[in-house]
Structures are given as C-alpha cells and as structure tokens.
Write a protein that binds this ligand. Sequence first.
Ligand code: SF4
Ligand code: SF4
Length: 438
Amino acid sequence: MKFTFRGGTHLREHKDTASLATVRLPDPKTVAIPLSQHIGAHATPTVAVGDTVLVGQVIGEVTEGLGCPVHASISGTVKEIRKRDTVQGFLVQDIVIENDGRHAFCESVKPWHKPLAETTAEEIVSIVRNAGISGLGGATFPTYAKLQSAIGKVHTVIVNCAECEPYITANHRLLLERGETVVEGLEIVMHAVGAQTGILAVEDNKPDAIKLLQGAIAARGDQRMRVCVMKTKYPQGDERQLIYSLTKKEVPFGKLPADVGCVILNAETSSAISRAFYRGLPLVSRIVTVAGDCIREPKNVRAPLGVSYTELIEFCGGYVKPLKKLVSGGPMMGQAQWDLHAPVTKGTAALLAFSEEYDRINTEYSACLHCGMCVAHCPMHLMPNYLAQFTREHKYEEAERMGVMSCVECGTCAYNCPAGVQIVQYIRTTKQALRKKR
Ligand code: SF4
Ligand code: SF4
C-alpha cells in the first residue's frame, strides 16, 4: 500500500540532479556566517575581530530563549562582524572569517563518549543543541527543542524523506550516499524520546533510495523501524500531510505533531544528529541543490555554511542565460532573493536560478472564474478563492473564520489557478494583518 493524503497536486519534477553524486565545495577564501540561522533568538558573538577560529568552534551563542549555537565552518581569522539585511526584512550579524587553508578542527569535535543505550534523553538533547542542529528541510526550528518537548510523549518518529518540491534532490542523494547515517539519526531520536516506532517516509519516485534504506534496516535487524512508501504528490513533505498519509490522523489547527504522538525530522537533520553523536561534528555544512535553467552544470554540493551564493553558482559553471530570479529553496515555497552574494545558511536546501522563460509568475491575471480548482487541490481543505477575496476587501476577520491561519502557504492553489490569481500573496497579507492586530 502506498500512503497519500487528500488534495495536493502532481508537479513536473525536474529532478535532473538525482543521478549526480554530491560534490564537496572546496573551502572558500572567506565565509560570512549569520548569527541567526534558526527560528528563535539571534546568537551573540563569542569571538572578536582578530581571533583565530577552528572548524566546529562556537562563534555565536544564544544565552536566553529558544536557540542554539553557531559554529565556524572553516578555520582562519575573524575579519569582520557586520550587519546585513536579510530577505525576510530584518538585520542579522554575520561573522566574516578569512580562511587559513588548514581546515583545522576544534578540539571539542570528538565523538560522544558513551554508547547510545547508556545515554540519557537529556544528554541527547544537549548533544543536538551543542551541535547547532536546526531543521534542515527549510523550517530551521531548533531540533533540540523539538526533541525536548517530545520526550515521553510520542510513540512514532518519522524521518521526512519526501523531498516533494521540484528540482531539489539533496535528500535523495544523501539517502543514497549516507543512508546509514539517516537511519542512525532515527535510532538516536527514538531512544531520546522513547518512541516505539520509527518510519522513514519516502516518495515512490526514489525507488533506489527505498531499496537501500530497506536493506539498511534489515541489516540492523531492528523490528521497530520501517520504510513507508508514499505516492509522489505535492506537498507530501508538509508535516500535516505526512502524518495524515501515514497515520490517518489530522493535527488540529494550533497543535503540533507531538499532540498526535509523532515527531518529524528532515532526512538531513537526522543525518546531522548521527554525525554529532558518533563523530562529534557540529552543523557546519549542508547539501545544497544548485539547479534551474540558468545554471550551466546543476549539482548537489556539500557547502560550508557562510559561503556566498555567487561562489556556489560559480562552482556550478555560472549562468548560461540571463538570470530573472534566484530562489532559495524550492520553486513552490522558496524565497526569491535580491542579494546574490547572501550566504548559505542551515535553511538553504536549494538555490534555483531561473530565466524569464521559466519564471512562471503570471503578471496578467484575470478576476476569479469561480472554477473551484484551488478548493479541489488545497491539502488543508480551505477555500483559497474566498480567502483571496476577503483580503482584497480587507475582511481579515472573515478570512480568519474560514481558517486562513491554518494555510501552510504551499502554493498549490495558485499553481492550479487558471486565472493566475496570486492567492498565496493575498493569504500572506491577511495573516500578517491578523498577527499585527494581535
Ligand atoms: S490555501 Fe494555503 S494550504 Fe491551501 S493550497 Fe493554498 S497555499 Fe496551500
Ligand atoms: S482556482 Fe483561481 S479562478 Fe478558480 S476559483 Fe480558485 S481563485 Fe478562482
């Protein structure tokens, strides 16, 4: 049986980089590491200009509130601590490090000293926090906090290997090349939270990864873990759709997966937990899919955090045609970038460069045709046409009554709208207005 959810849509996949092995970006001359790479409080610098730093050394720490440390991704000298505007519209501090070419590791980078069976839940939470791990699927919620709140409350840990956005194949390559680390991460989290079931949820467009993971689980002989094969459909990777597909439980609005007994990790996050536990490696690099019709040689690249988009794109041969739009993340939920030199962060799953020809935004749209396509495809069972209309009329409370706050901004409605109504932009406006009011 293949698992699926109601609504959603089938997208052209464009996953041309799935067959290409991940390549490591040579250490750049400089990196600019942002002190805000996760949801929660910004980190404050723990180093000063002129300091020498080593790979894996803490360079920023969060002392109050939700957050985790930030580490140096190369060894060298701190050249500058500067402020930069982000695409989200707030200021962040970046620590600029000049490479000394040694790639020397900090002495704190060492494997955890106890076997998993003897490690407590609190120790695992601390390892994950100290490694600076936050959700690598793009959400960037600090993983330690997710685990902490799930201890003793969940029965199932799900590793989200859906990777349902077009173009992105970073997780697929990780499963093929380091699948065992994803399984190890699942085992560590199951141990921490006390879950009896572990699921690796993979879409059926990755048969090679499914086979490999099934083999890895069989080799471990752990009956508590299994691979669940899901139908390829967007947005299968959304947490609520994933839980519904696998368990047929709906997460009520305002509640979390833990409220229905589940905790969900992205595949690369799971692998990062294994690397932190077994090798002592903090999160200093990630796999980024660099693709889109403007890129000469699309690739999956393991890139150090803080390297600039420009450098990563040059490593992929640069542009073959004029760039219209650079997107961080997938084409459905990613964010268009205005700063082509911005740094790769923990949330950068992909960099997609599109020409005019591929930029699908419809600037000549008509009024709503009342065709119902958006309603039929919405995975959250909303009425996107009315939500857009209420925004146009500034009737935000009406939109709230119709559940606008539960919209996951997946873009499925706008993608299927024959009139080109920019439904998600309208919905975001309403959500912002309602949040401001509160
Ligand atoms: S209304 Fe929201 S959840 Fe529904 S399809 Fe549109 S963006 Fe997705
Ligand atoms: S898909 Fe577009 S045209 Fe059709 S009902 Fe929804 S908003 Fe209107």
